[in-house]
Design a binder for this molecule. Structure first.
Ligand code: FES
Length: 108
């Protein structure tokens, strides 16, 4: 079954349930920056606008990284895109938008 994935105001795509967000973003050139791809740098931090229950549970790497960033890993509001699988409709907003000329705008 396919689900709608929206990132920011400009990006929208249908993805298969269980799709890895990192793969989807790279395949479709989504506006989410990645670096380590392993939950260890925080570059891919995204805000979950809607559909937090439609994302895979937090991983150990993700929990550690969010805590290191001083974020509440239990709220589900901020997640690491490289660690996520999409399980249903989701709307996300990158904290650092690759297409944004002012990357400080929208930072938490
Ligand atoms: S790319 Fe480094 S934490 Fe996701």
């Amino acid at each position: 079954m396919a689900h709608r994935l929206e990132i920011g105001d400009q990006f929208s795509v249908e993805v298969s349930a269980g799709a890895h967000l990192l793969d989807v973003c790279e395949e479709h050139d989504a506006p989410v920056p990645f670096d380590c791809r392993g939950g260890a740098c925080g570059t891919c931090l995204v805000q979950v606008v809607t559909g937090s229950s439609n994302l895979s549970p937090i991983t150990d790497n993700e929990e550690i990284m969010l805590e290191e960033l001083g974020l509440d890993s239990r709220s589900g509001e901020l997640r690491l895109a490289c660690q996520l699988q999409v399980l249903g409709p989701v709307r996300l907003r990158p904290v650092v938008d690759r297409s944004d000329p002012d990357p400080t705008r929208g930072a938490p």
